[in-house]
Design a protein around this ligand. Structure first.
Ligand code: SF4
Ligand code: SF4
Length: 254
């Protein structure tokens, strides 16, 4: 291990504020451990739970992107750097994003809403239908995610997703978090902070980061969960409901 890499690693660990060990998995590639974790899952994933989310766009402040920042920090996307000599515009266009803010306009009334967009965790996900290896899959608890061990980077799922929610890793990776491992040539997307689900935590990073309490997350199958109660109390809709994908992410105010 070179002195330079050693120094960089020390700096990163200090900046990220994580009290954890770094593991070299290949020359120059480090997996950095996450924060102290809660009790890991003991039971297998079950379809008794279906994870979902309600996003109240009436609470989303124009220009706010705290949820994006929170997700990128949680899942190590903020560690990615523009390769030397790359075109900044192209890098910005192509760099992976698990969540982004978009504006939608009602054609009839002209009303514009700002909303965060991520994988909608469809019950019938087109991205899994087209995947030739089974890397794109839906867990029993409703989380749609990518098994990066068997993703071959064909990007069919990116084309199939109506929400443009998936990203491709174009560059070599030299730093990543152990909770969200990634590699060049693989596709990835929001996985409802699956490491948190499997460590007994109840919130997502975007939810925690939102200063306006616009995001409620939980078990859609539990009538007493906060998200079920909020869905019952507040009129809400699916994006592209016409596709009948029965999304796990719902929106209010659009
Ligand atoms: S939003 Fe896209 S990536 Fe997510 S489950 Fe649906 S089709 Fe798949
Ligand atoms: S649920 Fe987790 S992975 Fe998905 S957008 Fe929010 S912070 Fe990112």
């Amino acid at each position: 291990m070179s002195q330079k890499i050693d120094q960089e690693r020390r700096q990163f660990v200090s900046v990220a504020g994580v009290a954890a060990a770094a593991t070299a998995v290949a020359p120059g590639v480090f997996l950095l451990g996450a924060r102290a974790e809660a009790e890991p899952r003991k039971e297998p994933v079950t379809d008794k739970v279906r994870y979902g989310m309600l996003i109240d766009t009436t609470k989303c402040a124009d220009g706010c992107s705290e949820c994006v920042t929170g997700c990128e920090k949680e899942n190590g996307l903020d560690l990615l750097r523009m390769p030397e000599g790359a075109d900044p515009e192209e890098w910005d266009r192509q760099r992976p994003r698990w969540i982004r803010t978009v504006k939608v306009k009602d054609r009839l009334t002209g009303r514009v809403s700002t909303l965060p967009m991520m994988c909608q965790h469809c019950e019938y996900p087109p991205c899994t239908d087209v995947c030739p290896t089974g890397a794109s899959f839906r867990r029993a608890d409703g989380i749609v995610m990518v098994d990066r061990h068997i993703c071959i980077g064909c990007r069919y799922c990116m084309m199939a997703c109506p929400y443009k929610a998936r990203s491709f890793i174009h560059e070599n990776i030299d730093r990543q978090l152990s909770i969200a491992p990634r590699g060049k040539g693989c596709v990835e997307s929001c996985n409802f902070c699956v490491h948190r689900r499997d460590n007994g935590e109840t919130t997502t990073a975007c939810q925690d980061a939102c200063p306006h309490d616009a995001i409620v997350f939980g078990d859609l199958n539990d009538p007493n969960s906060e998200v079920s109660k909020a869905l019952r109390e507040k009129a809400n809709t699916q994006l592209r409901a016409d596709l009948k994908l029965n999304t796990g992410v719902r929106y209010r105010g659009i």
